[in-house]
Ligand binder design. Structure first.
Ligand SMILES: *[C@@H]1O[C@H](CO)[C@@H](O)[C@H](O)[C@H]1NC(C)=O
Ligand SMILES: *[C@@H]1O[C@H](CO)[C@@H](O)[C@H](O)[C@H]1NC(C)=O
Ligand SMILES: *[C@@H]1O[C@H](CO)[C@@H](O)[C@H](O)[C@H]1NC(C)=O
Ligand SMILES: *[C@@H]1O[C@H](CO)[C@@H](O)[C@H](O)[C@H]1NC(C)=O
Ligand SMILES: *[C@@H]1O[C@H](CO)[C@@H](O)[C@H](O)[C@H]1NC(C)=O
Ligand SMILES: *[C@@H]1O[C@H](CO)[C@@H](O)[C@H](O)[C@H]1NC(C)=O
Ligand SMILES: *[C@@H]1O[C@H](CO)[C@@H](O)[C@H](O)[C@H]1NC(C)=O
Ligand SMILES: *[C@@H]1O[C@H](CO)[C@@H](O)[C@H](O)[C@H]1NC(C)=O
Length: 576
């Protein structure tokens, strides 16, 4: 009898959960972290170059899907023969593919979306005149800052195709920028900002320090995250490992990146610590920190690497997307200015932000510091501070999120790097993001990873690599003086095909034409103009994808692949 009642109660609960949203906390939607008892297993570890056990299990699930997808890509899109596929990746081999669209504000989010669409077989035209199927074969998708918006919002929406986003428009309403939430509707804007202030207050009242990033993140969530659950107000990044396309292994692991705040004279941006956030863990590979904590329990109090007091929901997805792009919390200043005409609104904003606006350094606070008193890394700043201070992932002028993808134990064979930076006039990329990460490997902080040789940015420009794709690290035999065999890098820079996808970094509002223009041009840059510049481009990409596997097996390239490599590989030439 009792059992029956419990069963029926359980059934009712499940039914109501199904009807009213998936989470049991839907009755109490709060931005505040929630106290829980600490789990039995350890939730902090020394990185020591190893990937987590959870990621290892996930990889098995992912490869069960991505391996057949890769063979389909090679067969149907890259037009490899069955025999060539079998030779290049016999059934006991796997290939890890990483995608790295760079930061660069909404320019990067939109153009990057078009580039991902070009690899995604769900996109109309991607199979016929693109690289359709490569996305389905991908293992990791990394982003930072503007591409953190892209990666984070795709993952938190369960990876819709870009075509679906364009048709449904549930996210990415860039005609109505988030810092001006209701356009000129002052009453609506005031209500929204009041909501945001109350949301952040819940976190503060729960005893956590908040920063401008929290306000900014809640506003940003209204633009980037699905409207359900109050714009994912109580949804953690770690939820991706529990339900949905990532957890099922259907889609690549989304990783977003942030930088540690430089400490005057001691740590500059060049040698600041790079932090990675994935659904399993938060932390850093760098020797300075060398620690990962379980993402689900971010915000817990640690002492000597052991958890003392545990919380969940600190890993709020919108918050972390705000952290990777914290440079843009400056738009909150703009919001105040923008609304100056509407006295009541600008007064309200000034009042709301007064406590966090004094320091204009765009720093996000993660508190308590998960690295507090750990002995894994050698940076006293990370170890001794109560709070961890993070800044925008692109502040170190390495706007391509390569660091997570070049960690040797991730065994990534190839990275597609899409440079959407703005080092050249008119917001076009100049190549220095790549050269800066290349150089980082020779600093003490870079001792754990390797990046293939690349030329200086002047040479990149002179050889026109800022206008057409180039392959780096084509021949592993030439890379033996590096510490590890790095992945190959296929570098593609933003360039104009049918639309100038060079929106200024501080442009936050896009007309429909501008919006679609960036996405379409992204598709075209990723496919060499829908394969019109080179009808063999998809085959050449296939040749690059299988290269490391062939090298491991001692398999010779086909004549066609050799010609592709002649056309696309950097041969070591420098131009000065
Ligand atoms: C609901 O939220 C409030 C305010 O954050 C909190 O005090 C309370 O403990 C929460 N209740 C539950 C059941 O989580
Ligand atoms: C992509 O989809 C098309 C159908 O639209 C199919 O014919 C093709 O085999 C698919 N390609 C891959 C690589 O899965
Ligand atoms: C797969 O099999 C081939 C041929 O037997 C062998 O050379 C290769 O090392 C194997 N690869 C792995 C990853 O076990
Ligand atoms: C390239 O393909 C995309 C996607 O199918 C399409 O939207 C775009 O118009 C094409 N560009 C050209 C120049 O045909
Ligand atoms: C965080 O909160 C603690 C306790 O209230 C306070 O001592 C500390 O100064 C705060 N840190 C920052 C950066 O505001
Ligand atoms: C970081 O770089 C700066 C400038 O090159 C240097 O002075 C400093 O010693 C470096 N710090 C570390 C921890 O390597
Ligand atoms: C560089 O590439 C662009 C686009 O393909 C082309 O228009 C331009 O002529 C090239 N410049 C040189 C110097 O080859
Ligand atoms: C690798 O090294 C050989 C011999 O030094 C050289 O001929 C070749 O161009 C190099 N290949 C690449 C891709 O750098």
């Amino acid at each position: 009898m009792l059992l029956n009642q419990i069963f029926i109660a359980g059934l009712l609960f499940q039914l109501s959960a199904a009807l009213f949203g998936h989470s049991h906390s839907s009755a109490n939607l709060s931005y505040a972290p929630v106290s829980v008892s600490c789990p039995a297993q350890k939730i902090s570890r020394a990185a020591n170059g190893e990937i987590s056990d959870q990621e290892k299990s996930w990889l098995a699930k992912r490869h069960a899907k991505s391996d057949p997808a890769l063979r389909d890509f090679l067969k149907y899109t890259a037009k490899f023969s069955d025999e060539e596929i079998l030779r290049s990746i016999p059934s006991n081999e796997t290939i890890n593919i990483g995608l790295a669209p760079s930061g660069g504000s909404f320019r990067a989010m939109l153009t990057g979306a078009g580039q991902l669409a070009a690899l995604d077989n769900r996109t109309a035209g991607a199979f016929e005149h693109g690289l359709g199927g490569l996305f389905q074969a991908t293992t990791y998708l990394a982003g930072l800052s503007g591409s953190g918006w892209l990666v984070g919002s795709l993952a938190m929406s369960d990876y819709p195709s870009i075509d679906e986003i364009l048709a449904q428009r549930e996210i990415w309403d860039l005609e109505h920028p988030f810092f001006n939430l209701d356009g000129l509707n002052v009453g609506g804007s005031m209500r929204q900002w009041h909501h945001i202030a109350n949301e952040v207050d819940e976190k503060r009242q729960a005893g956590f320090n908040v920063s401008m990033t929290d306000y900014y993140a809640r506003a940003l969530a209204r633009q980037l995250l699905p409207a359900s659950n109050d714009y994912s107000i109580n949804v953690g990044y770690s939820s991706l490992r529990e339900t949905g396309a990532v957890s099922d292994g259907d889609m690549p692991l989304p990783i977003i990146q942030a930088n540690g705040r430089p400490v005057e004279q001691v740590i500059t941006y060049q040698n600041s610590t790079v932090f990675e956030m994935n659904p399993f863990e938060f932390g850093t590979w760098d020797p300075s920190g060398n620690t990962f904590v379980d993402m689900k329990y971010l915000g817990s109090t640690f002492k000597d690497g052991e958890a003392e007091k545990c919380v969940t929901n600190y890993d709020n997805a919108g918050f972390l997307i705000g952290v990777t792009s914290s440079l843009f919390d400056m738009v909150m200043d703009d919001a105040v200015m923008y609304t100056a005409k509407f006295k009541p609104l600008s007064k309200l904003l000034s009042k709301l932000f007064a406590p966090v606006m004094k320091k204009k350094e765009h720093v996000a606070i993660v508190e308590p510091n998960p690295f507090f008193q750990t002995d894994n890394g050698h940076s006293p700043n990370l170890k001794n501070a109560q709070d961890l201070f993070l800044v925008d992932g692109g502040e170190d002028q390495q706007k391509i999120p390569l660091i997570p993808l070049v960690q040797p134990k991730r065994e990534v064979d190839i990275v597609f790097a899409y440079d959407l930076g703005a080092e050249l006039p008119h917001f076009w990329p100049g190549g220095s993001s790549l050269t800066n990460t290349y150089e980082r490997q020779f600093l003490e902080i870079g001792e754990g990873f390797s990046v293939p040789y690349v030329p200086d940015d002047k040479t990149m420009q002179a050889l026109n690599y800022t206008h057409k794709p180039v392959f780096f690290g084509c021949d592993a035999r030439n890379l033996t003086s590096l510490r590890h065999t790095p992945p190959m890098i296929v570098y593609t820079a933003n360039t104009e095909y049918t639309y100038p996808s060079n929106a200024p970094t501080y442009k936050f509002s896009f007309s429909e034409k501008d919006f679609r223009g960036h996405i379409t041009n992204g598709f075209e840059t990723a496919t060499r103009g829908n394969l019109t510049d080179d009808s063999e481009f998809a085959t050449c990409v296939g040749c690059a994808v299988v290269r490391r596997s062939q090298e491991r097996l001692g398999v010779e390239q086909t004549e066609q692949c050799k010609q592709c490599f002649q056309r696309y590989c950097w041969d070591g030439t420098l131009v000065n």
